[in-house]
Design a binder for this molecule. Structure first.
Ligand code: NDP
Length: 326
């Protein structure tokens, strides 16, 4: 028997999450059983620990969209007992039981080998949020980052913190948008050179084009902020749209696309092909300074997750949570 955070749904539709003892027979089918060492907390985890957000279809449920650990047994030739592995995405922790458990059973296709240069704790300090930040940087690079500062929206959160640190270490000037002025020193320590107050940029678009300011943008916020930013991009610059922490709408005009050749690049981490995942993890090991990653980390245990799940939905988590499930 081992510990897992199990979410149940009452008859009145309310969910509640509790650390519970379960056994190997309770785990779903899959080719690889992993002794989980670390997991983390992403925005989606907040939804799956709490109200479900339409992501969880069946209860009882074990959330945790990411985990890293050691293979305990495998029916797939690609993995053997003792291998260190990482899992992000593939709807694990949503449709399939996830990483908030001392053991997890998953399909071999969903795993990647632990990247060279990272341990399992560091891999979870990165997690889906950090992988997505790197996928965003790679997408911006593929389309060309212009000379102006690169804007990061939702900067003090998980995606934003890792994006800020990577961009700065690659030599880009980083402007960090935050709604929490007390995060300014933290964001500067990650490499941001400019702090932009959320209120300054969160207003509804009044003019479709403003001054050409940003050489690129990684946006975890969406909504009015993304719409506004589109009109502030330099000619031919790109915005990587990652998240919807501020809303799923996009109250924008098409003018920035037509008159400035601005690119809006969609980023999905869940179904990323295997080769691109490996490429992104290798870039993380090379371009994300590990001291900066460590500065983002807030350690946690399985019992902290109900509280942290609520906090991340309110935008109150700083940087990256690393959950030691043991
Ligand atoms: P976090 O909660 O850690 O970060 C989100 C940040 O957005 C907050 O810290 C806050 O930053 C800012 N924010 C929160 N609420 C608002 C608001 N109402 N208006 C403006 N800004 C706000 O979450 P993650 O970094 O884990 O995820 C960020 C987003 O990216 C989520 O929407 C998530 O679902 C999405 N995502 C998408 C992925 C993909 O594959 N496309 C993968 C991973 C995440 P600050 O306090 O600095 O203002």
């Amino acid at each position: 028997m081992f510990n897992a955070l199990v979410v149940n749904k009452d008859e009145d539709g309310k969910t509640h999450a509790e650390v519970t003892r379960i056994g190997l027979d309770d785990l779903p089918h899959g080719e690889v059983t992993v002794a989980v060492e670390y997991s983390t907390v992403n925005y989606k985890d907040g939804l799956c620990i709490g109200p479900g957000g339409g992501l969880v279809r069946k209860y009882p449920h074990v959330p945790g969209i990411d985990f890293a650990g050691t293979v305990e047994s495998s029916d797939d030739a690609r993995y053997k007992a003792g291998d260190k592995v990482v899992l992000t995405g593939w709807r694990v922790g949503e449709a399939h039981w996830g990483g908030y458990s001392q053991k997890a059973r998953v399909n071999a296709d969903w795993l990647v080998p632990l990247p060279d240069g990272l341990d399992t704790r560091q891999a979870m300090a990165v997690g889906t949020a950090g992988l997505t930040a790197m996928l965003s940087v790679m997408a911006l690079e593929d389309h060309g980052i212009k000379s102006g500062p690169v804007l990061v929206c939702g900067a003090a959160g998980g995606v934003g913190s890792v994006a800020t640190a990577i961009l700065a270490s690659l030599g880009h000037e980083v402007a960090a948008v935050t709604g929490r002025p007390e995060m300014a020193d933290y964001l500067k320590s990650l490499g941001a050179t400019q702090i932009v107050a959320r209120d300054e940029i969160n207003e509804t678009v009044k003019r479709p084009l403003e001054g050409e300011t940003w050489g690129g943008c990684i946006d975890a916020v969406g909504g009015a902020m993304l719409a506004r930013v589109l009109g502030q991009m330099q000619y031919g610059a790109s915005v990587a749209a990652v998240g919807l922490a501020g809303g799923a709408g996009l109250p924008a005009t098409v003018i920035p696309f037509l008159l400035r050749g601005v690119n809006l690049l969609g980023i999905d981490s869940v179904l990323q092909p295997y080769d691109n995942r490996l490429r992104a993890w290798a870039r993380i090991a090379k371009d994300l300074p590990m001291d900066k990653l460590e500065a983002m980390v807030q350690p946690a245990k399985l019992t902290d997750l109900p509280r942290l799940g609520g906090e991340i939905l309110k935008g109150q988590v700083k940087g990256r949570v690393v959950v030691d499930v043991n």
